[in-house]
Design a protein around this ligand. Structure first.
Ligand code: ATP
Length: 448
């Protein structure tokens, strides 16, 4: 039986397996690990950073660059504190929290099913819970040297509020007319009561958000448009219908200003969970910021001279949650032809951190192999490895999610050819050294 044949494939069942691969391969690991970590904060290593950057670049390409009707910005993380009063976050952005008087653990009152048992009460394993009270999720900081209330500021809880602050300036500077959108990618912070499921619920995370401004008569049309666009994006990332679905919100789940909302969900090993929210926010944000800032953010329709407050359709995707879904979706343990096992990340080539590994069969081939590596590095993210058994080198690249390995052997000097091995099928083909760049570039781009 051929050694390069997949006999059995097992998808990810336990998150622990992914957590351990991510730490081992330097994708994602606890922040401040040497101090024991800090709950809800994560660091991306060399591979994780490339993965995340590829995802963000794809979002930026699709949502900003390819659209004449969307502008991109990069706003400060700290906005004027009035921003968060206007948005309702100071008053309402809270989760119900309960404490166990015995073991001192803290839980979200709506997630008590996951609270486990109490280790500190004699004769019972039940927690001794306080009444729920509201806990505001915004992370506070202080600006400047004084310590009075006026110096209190917040790390942004979502990236969209600064977009509303900048709406008028960007519309005028970019000479845009409604309908148009503003998007940005950036950090958001929430003091989550119970960070969990690896990076799924973190206290510091990244969002990629679009706020699309339209006339009130067109909100339903644009809501549908963006829902379809966002589903296309997720499908192009490689999520099939068995792991991706939309879930419209019931009326009682909607924020009071929200006319319609739909979550895009991925089927994680811990269940179907939201990775993106698409919301019809009405004119809530622009009206509130007009009121709190005293600056009129309404617009005039040049044809009809109608003055109106634009409606907002929002698409808000978690960059970290999508990275987690990509990794969970790609993870496979396989039994292959010779009874050997391998762990492979079947990431789509466009999102994979390393596009190809250059692997000379022997260190004696290092010189031409380095020459090829240098050429390829000018185009793509490349890895070089000339140490040890070739089978083990392939396995390491499989686990890192590298879609192609390019091997130089002792015939390369004579026939000018190298062997390219594809990660998922393990199929190998020999191509001319000079054709490698074109071969790879044809295969590692995002769908247009
Ligand atoms: P959840 O109900 O899971 O707390 P949410 O509905 O509050 O999420 P939104 O405010 O709609 O989330 O934020 C948009 C996106 O930002 C989410 O779909 C998610 O991908 C991401 N996100 C929100 N909170 C977190 C978090 N604590 N950690 C990581 N990503 C997050």
């Amino acid at each position: 039986m051929a050694a390069d044949q997949v006999l059995e494939t097992r998808r990810l069942e336990r998150m622990e397996d992914l957590v351990s691969l991510c730490a081992r391969r330097g994708y994602i690991f606890a922040s401040s690990e040497i101090y024991g970590g800090i709950n809800g904060f994560w660091d991306y290593g060399p591979l994780g950073t490339e993965l995340k950057n590829n995802l963000k670049a794809f979002w930026w390409q699709r949502m900003i660059r390819e659209r004449a009707d969307v502008e991109g910005i990069d706003s400060a993380i700290i906005a004027h504190p009035r921003t968060w009063e206007a948005s309702g976050h100071v008053e309402h952005f809270s989760d119900p929290m309960v404490d166990c008087r015995a073991c001192k653990k803290r839980f979200r009152a709506d997630q008590l099913d996951d609270a486990g048992s109490c280790s500190s009460r004699e004769g019972t394993s039940e927690h001794d819970l306080t009444e729920p009270r509201n806990f505001n999720l915004m992370l506070q900081t202080r600006i400047g040297a004084s310590e009075d209330a006026a110096s209190t500021a917040y790390l942004r809880a979502e990236t969209c509020q600064p977009i509303f602050n900048d709406f008028k300036r960007v519309r005028e500077a970019a000479r845009q007319k409604v309908p148009f959108g503003i998007g940005q990618i950036g950090k958001a912070f929430r003091n989550e009561i119970n960070p969990r499921n690896f990076t799924f619920r973190s206290r510091e995370f990244e969002q990629a958000e679009l706020e699309f401004f339209c006339h009130p008569s067109e909100r339903a049309k644009w809501f549908e448009h963006w829902k379809e666009e966002r589903l296309r994006f997720h499908r192009d990332l490689g999520f099939d219908d068995d792991v991706l679905r939309t879930r419209p919100h019931d009326a009682d789940e909607l924020a009071h200003y929200c006319k319609a909302a739909v979550d895009v969900e991925y089927r994680f090993p811990f269940g179907w969970q939201e990775i993106e929210g698409i919301h019809d926010r009405g004119d809530w944000d622009l009206s509130r910021h007009s009121e709190y800032s005293g600056k009129d953010l309404s617009v005039t329709d040049e044809a009809t001279k109608e003055r109106y407050m634009p409606m907002v359709i929002e698409t808000s995707v978690g960059v970290d949650r999508t990275c987690l879904a990509l990794l969970a979706n790609a993870y496979c343990e396989e039994v292959i032809g010779d009874g050997d096992k391998r762990t492979v990340l079947r990431l789509s080539p466009a999102i994979a951190p390393i596009k190809a590994a250059v692997l000379p069969l022997s260190k004696k081939l290092a010189e031409p192999a380095h020459a090829l590596e240098r050429d390829l590095r000018r185009h793509l993210n490349i890895f070089y490895d000339d140490a040890g058994n070739i089978g083990r080198r392939y396995r390491r690249q499989d686990e890192a999610g590298t879609p192609y390995c390019v091997t130089l052997d002792f015939e390369t000097a004579d026939d000018g050819k190298v062997t390219v091995r594809e990660r998922d099928s393990m199929a190998q083909e020999r191509i001319a050294v000079g054709a490698v760049i074109a071969y790879l570039e044809e295969r590692v781009g995002f769908p247009a």
